[in-house]
Design a protein around this ligand. Structure first.
Ligand code: ARG
Length: 459
């Protein structure tokens, strides 16, 4: 193909397949706004420093602004034959302004340009993702508040363990997501360093003002080493790591929804809007959205692995391998946004089947710990109390009874310490209410957790 902007050292005539292979326009076209914004700041700086005349800078900025509005209105389409978005914008500018357009790339390289574009892109996307995660935290907290006192079995090893409040369980996810917001914010803070002006790798002989440009673009610092500035994709890795952890949380919540909506649990009913039917089995209501979120977690982990692997063998500074960074990052952004956009309303609209939760909590002897604690409070050493409680559970299993209704006489055969107050001590309500340690499942502890999450959401 003819007409390469970089023709000179070579005739610029490349094989068509090599062109296709080399091109990134198919995916980096989405950076057009960031690319143009960066170029406008660059032209302003060139004008400010007298590298371009003020009128040249103004005309370039006006030209870029016109390209941007034409792209947004649809009057101009990105040319799929362009090598990448940077070449497309510069080519279009030159087509419109003639030789003046060719001055834009003074004291700049595509290497610092692409490093800038990706940071500008992620800065906006991270802000949008933080909002989306906060909405999900809000939905979880809303359900926790609506179902403050619903009791269900808490599990370990997926075996019924101890009674807990459903609100306590939901808030555990709110806590995870609050950490995710923290990780995304950390990523954005460390990414807040402007690479433009690093040029190809070594800086430039022009008297540029990097801080002017950084400030114009809303960065609080400039990359202090030009080699690092153009080669650094740590922010992409950090973002993908934060994205992977966030997806892992969404996946665990999805897994709970899949379990909870099964007939075996039936703790929750999802709104019809977030379920599907089967093409053959008329009775089915499948939690496809939750399953897909769980499934898509794998691809985001893949995105992280892909970028880490791409970067691991690269010598300084820019290498074309780095063009591979974008698809992983875009894929993770798109996947997270779509997962969050479905998860939040799915949580907000789910119906909590409290009676089923309570019924499950009444089976499975989840108050056995409290039975042992009852004896301990009356003076028996814990290990002995544990054994007595275990024998009583075994007795109940053999006779088809439950601890709540087992006659006092049977209890007293095992220990004289048992008295009438034992029934109150092992009621599920007591079991929950007594776990009032900080962070525990008692209504008071959960209320404090709700307050902490709401405080977080207010800030
Ligand atoms: N499309 C390239 C990328 O995404 C832009 C930078 C190209 N730089 C270069 N020296 N060829 O990484």
């Amino acid at each position: 193909m003819k007409g390469k902007m970089w023709a000179g050292r070579t005739d610029g005539i490349t094989d068509r397949l090599a062109d296709d292979f080399n091109s990134s326009i198919a995916f980096d076209a989405r950076l057009y706004r960031q690319d143009i914004t960066g170029s406008m700041a660059h032209a302003a700086m060139l004008g400010e420093k007298g590298i371009l005349t003020p009128s040249e800078a103004d005309r370039i900025i006006a030209g870029l602004s016109a390209i941007l509005s034409d792209l947004e209105s649809g009057a101009l389409a990105v040319d799929p034959a362009a090598e990448d978005i940077h070449m497309f914008v510069e080519g279009e500018l030159t087509a419109r302004l003639g030789d003046l357009g060719k001055k834009l790339h003074t004291a700049r390289s595509r290497n610092d340009q692409v490093a800038l574009d990706l940071r500008l892109y992620l800065r906006d996307e991270i802000a949008a993702l933080i909002d989306a995660v906060r909405s999900l935290i809000g939905a979880l907290t809303g359900q926790a508040e609506k179902n403050r006192d619903a009791i269900l079995p808490g599990y370990t090893h997926l075996q019924r363990a101890q009674p807990i409040l459903f609100s306590h369980h939901l808030l555990a996810y709110a806590m995870m997501l609050m950490r995710d917001v923290g990780r995304l914010r950390d990523t954005a803070a460390r990414m807040d360093v402007c690479p433009i002006g690093c040029c190809a790798l070594a800086g430039t002989t022009y008297d540029i003002d990097r801080r002017f440009e950084a400030e114009k673009l809303g960065f609080s610092a400039v990359a202090p080493n030009s080699l690092d500035g153009v080669s650094d994709r740590d922010f992409g890795v950090e973002f993908l790591a934060a994205a992977s952890i966030l997806m892992m949380h969404l996946s665990r919540l999805s897994e709970e929804l899949v379990l909870w909506t099964s007939w075996e649990f039936k703790f929750v009913e999802l709104s019809d809007a977030y379920t599907t039917g089967s093409s053959i089995m008329p009775q089915k209501k499948n939690p496809d959205m939750a399953e897909l979120i769980r499934g898509k977690t794998g691809r985001v982990y893949g995105d992280l692995m892909a970028l880490l692997t791409t970067l691991k063998g690269l010598p300084l500074a820019y290498n074309k391998d780095m063009q591979e960074d974008k698809e992983s990052i875009f894929d993770a952004v798109d996947t997270l946004k779509s997962c969050l956009s479905v998860m939040t309303p799915m949580i907000a609209t789910m119906r909590v089947l409290r009676e089923n939760m309570l019924a499950a909590a009444q089976k499975g002897f989840i108050n056995a710990t409290d039975l042992a604690d009852y004896l301990v409070k009356k003076g028996m050493p814990f290990r002995s109390a544990y054994k007595v409680a275990g024998e009583l559970v075994a007795h109940c299993i053999a006779s088809g009874e439950v601890l709540e209704t087992l006659p006092l006489a049977v209890y007293r055969e095992k220990s004289e310490l048992f008295a009438d107050d034992l029934y109150e001590a092992i009621s599920l309500k007591t079991c929950v209410e007594k776990r009032s340690s900080e962070g525990g499942t008692s209504p008071a502890s959960v209320e404090a957790q709700i307050a902490a999450v709401k405080e977080f959401l207010k800030a």
